[in-house]
Ligand binder design. Structure first.
Ligand SMILES: [Zn+2]
Length: 168
């Protein structure tokens, strides 16, 4: 009975509250501030400190976002190291869903899309692309020939005209 109570949504919510964690939904990443609800979040967005943070962000968004990416990457790798040790993902690798490589630069995980339909579509797309390119090249050559022919005709016409002018 106690075990069931432990797993009820209310009990889980209470434990989350006790730990001081709130829904990420009302979290301002720029200020690293968590708000309790929508209203609190709105108030925070209008606050002076938040506006100042947004100005800082506006001045250099790329650097700040790449900082988040780095933070995510290091957290992800730390998590992998601690709780998975790649055991689960090695199993996925055997299933052909992930490619895991150890390189001098570190671990690399690649997701492999093995869906047959995707592979088929990809192959068809490549085929069509190639066919299109050949067709385009043909047309280009044809147009080039026509341009050359036209230039020759114009050139000889001009020559004739000049000759005519010189005579009169
Ligand atoms: Zn903020």
């Amino acid at each position: 009975m106690r075990k069931n109570e432990f797993l009820t949504p209310k009990a889980i919510a209470n434990r989350i509250k006790a730990k001081g964690l709130q829904k990420m939904r009302w979290c301002c990443q720029m200020c690293q501030k968590q708000c309790r609800d929508e209203n609190g979040f709105k108030c925070h967005c209008m606050s002076e400190s938040h506006q100042r943070q947004m100005q800082v962000f506006g001045q250099n968004p790329t650097r700040i976002i790449s900082g988040y990416s780095e933070e995510f990457e290091s957290m992800f790798l730390e998590h992998m190291k601690r709780s998975h040790c790649f055991s689960r993902h090695r199993r996925l690798q055997r299933a052909g869903k992930l490619k895991v490589e150890e390189t001098p630069k570190g671990w690399f995980i690649t997701y492999i899309d093995n869906d047959l339909e995707t592979l088929f579509k990809e192959r068809m797309k490549n085929k069509r692309l190639k066919a299109g390119m050949v067709e385009e090249e043909k047309m280009e050559r044809e147009i080039q020939k026509q341009i050359e022919r036209a230039e020759q005709m114009v050139g000889s016409d001009k020559g004739g005209e000049e000759e005519g002018l010189a005579k009169s």
